[in-house]
Design a protein around this ligand. Structure first.
Ligand SMILES: [Zn+2]
Length: 265
């Protein structure tokens, strides 16, 4: 007779096994002193970054997607097909990939990392990104974090893009070029701006400093940021890197805004 292990195992053991597996999946190193709350719903959790319910709500981006922008397609149009966005408004970067759709749970994770001092989330978020960008990273000489203006970095004490870059670097063995790009304009927050306003807002905001020219010229680069909304920021960064002679620029982010209905053309 075959015995179903799950049915014979005490409930507490099963629960412990489940949370252990989840913790391993999330791979979080949580300090003993930290409050153990779900980063999304603030319910107490056993040490993981997310509770099981919020974990289940994460929307990972997987193929089929636009070869160029990484925007998911509702059906598989065949290999190499581009999205309408990629054709209508070709970006300065070559390819972009994102781990998650930017929905409520993804937003909560990003905000917890950025504003909530949940730096313990960075290793998990970065590893997921390295996974989503594996194909791009195999073809990359250096990682370039999207820089903050020094005043904002000083106020926040860290740059979340640089933090995620460090984790992606550790996972992929691609070095980080921290000083390759500089934010020379303190741009207002992009929140609430239209696509064209966003593009205008970041125009001329990024520059490759003369000392970083050698780190950029002829190199295959990947830009890292937390979120793509319209892509205006990474596009402005890619323009600056291209002007300084980068061989190519790809983009890897934790989450990207995806409109409800997208179809390839
Ligand atoms: Zn939760």
């Amino acid at each position: 007779m075959q015995v179903d292990v799950a049915d014979t195992e005490p409930r507490a053991n099963r629960l412990a096994r489940f949370t252990g597996a989840l913790r391993a999946a999330l791979g979080l190193a949580v300090d003993v002193g930290l409050p153990r709350l779900c980063a999304a719903c603030r319910e107490p959790v056993g040490g993981e970054g997310l509770c099981a319910a919020c974990w289940g709500k994460l929307s990972f981006i997987a193929p089929p997607y636009c070869e160029r922008l990484g925007i998911p397609f509702p059906f598989d149009p065949g290999p190499g097909v581009l999205s309408m966005e990629a054709i209508a408004d070709t970006p300065a970067y070559r390819r972009a990939r994102a781990t998650l759709r930017f929905d409520d749970v993804a937003r909560a994770l990003v905000h917890a990392l950025k504003y909530g001092d949940r730096l313990d989330l960075a290793p998990t978020m970065g590893r997921w990104m390295a996974n989503a960008g594996r194909e791009l990273l195999a073809d990359t000489d250096a990682i370039v974090p999207v820089p903050l203006h020094w005043r904002r970095q000083w106020a926040r004490r860290f740059n979340q893009a640089a933090l995620l870059s460090e984790v992606v670097s550790k996972t992929s063995d691609v070095p980080v070029a921290h000083t390759a790009l500089k934010r020379v304009k303190a741009t207002p927050q992009q929140v609430g701006l239209s696509q064209s306003e966003r593009a205008l807002n970041v125009q001329g905001a990024f520059r490759v400093p003369p000392a970083a020219k050698a780190a950029v010229e002829g190199r295959r680069l990947i830009l890292i940021d937390d979120v793509i909304t319209t892509g205006a920021t990474v596009d402005a960064c890619a323009r600056a890197l291209n002007r300084a002679g980068a061989a190519h620029v790809d983009v890897l982010v934790f989450a990207r805004v995806v409109a409800a209905a997208r179809a390839p053309i």
